[in-house]
Design a protein. Structure first.
Lengths: 242, 91
């Protein structure tokens, strides 16, 4: 049993970077996975977990009054993120409540975008399924929080405002948010990847691609991760507020 | 002359025309689709710079709002990019 799993994993690793669909058959239901996207997102999750465990160990060593350097740096980072979120959200309670979710989203997207720089690996965010999954997660959170904040009746009534005939427009407007949220990240990352691949294959195989990686991987990847997180904040805030 | 043209025309199949149309459409889609976001992002940057020059202490907040606004402005460009990609690789 275990051997088969390892064999499959080894087989999957040889196809790294290529588009490989594996199908899982569960009775009548067949689920398809893209190997590259799946393995890359596992790598990102593993990296983040290792980082978290490493940082936690660094924090544990001296919990008393004199923090070490890592702890001070983390304190500053958390303060910065929390300040950023508190100024973006309408209420401080919501900001503190949403802080773990938003920062996890930000870190996942950031590491995903930056993973494309490593030779042989690809960004999981250049797969539409993954960005759509993240966007739908934000959508679900915003709707649930809106229901909780406004109450069921007021929430459903919100779709009939300002006029009842605006209902289809309101529904389309609500559904277009996760769509544009997902397509924006996917399109940006995919555009960078295609550009770098074309330049590498056709024009300049060395030196130039590293500069392009610097711009499209590090800079745009960071900006897009930030934008993804800030838009998640904006969508949640709008849903809860209005 | 006419016979040559006819010979060339016979060599072109419907699939070739479809391929050519695909490439032209993808190019037009990207070229026209990039105009709007470019103007919009430029305006956002220009006005943010105006604001920063007037109030340098507001730089952080202005920068954040500008980047966010540009990212949203960019989405129409991203849509046209996706359509171009669909035209090139999927259709």
């Amino acid at each position: 049993m275990m051997n088969a799993v390892f064999e499959q994993l080894a087989e999957a690793l040889t196809y790294l970077g290529k588009k490989q669909i594996i199908t899982l058959q569960l009775g009548n239901l067949s689920i398809q996975f893209d190997k590259a996207a799946m393995i890359m997102s596992w790598i990102v999750i593993g990296l983040l977990t290792i980082l978290a465990l490493f940082l936690r160990r660094a924090l544990r060593q001296n919990i008393e009054d004199n923090p070490n350097r890592v702890q001070a740096a983390m304190d500053a980072l958390i303060d910065l993120l929390q300040g950023q979120l508190t100024s973006s959200f309408s209420s401080e309670k919501l900001a503190i409540e949403m802080f773990p979710f938003i920062s996890t989203l930000f870190l996942f997207v950031l590491f995903s975008n930056w993973l494309g720089i490593v030779p042989g690996l690809s960004s999981p965010t250049q797969n539409l399924n993954i960005t759509m999954g993240l966007a739908l997660m934000v959508f679900a959170v915003s709707q649930i929080l809106a229901m909780r904040a406004k109450g069921m009746k007021a929430y459903w009534k919100g779709y009939l405002e300002p006029m009842p005939f605006m209902l289809p427009l309101n529904i389309i407007g609500e559904l277009s948010k996760p769509m544009s949220h997902a397509f924006r990240l996917f399109g940006n990352v995919l555009a960078g990847t295609i550009l770098i691949t074309v330049v590498m294959a056709k024009f300049a195989p060395i030196i130039v691609p590293s500069g392009l990686h610097l711009i499209f991987g590090l800079f745009f990847g960071g900006i897009q991760a930030f934008v993804f997180a800030i838009l998640a904040v904006a969508y949640i805030n709008v849903a809860v507020e209005s | 002359m006419l016979q040559e043209a006819q010979a060339v025309a016979v060599g072109i199949s419907g699939a070739d025309i479809a391929l050519a149309a695909k490439y032209i459409a993808a190019g037009l889609c990207m070229g026209i689709g990039a105009i709007g976001p470019a103007i919009g992002e430029g305006m956002a940057a220009a006005h943010a710079l105006d604001g920063m020059a007037r109030q340098p202490e507001m730089q952080g907040a202005l920068m954040r709002t500008m980047v966010l606004g540009q990212a949203i402005t960019e989405s129409t460009g991203i849509y046209s990019l996706l359509i171009a990609i669909v035209l090139l690789f999927v259709v």
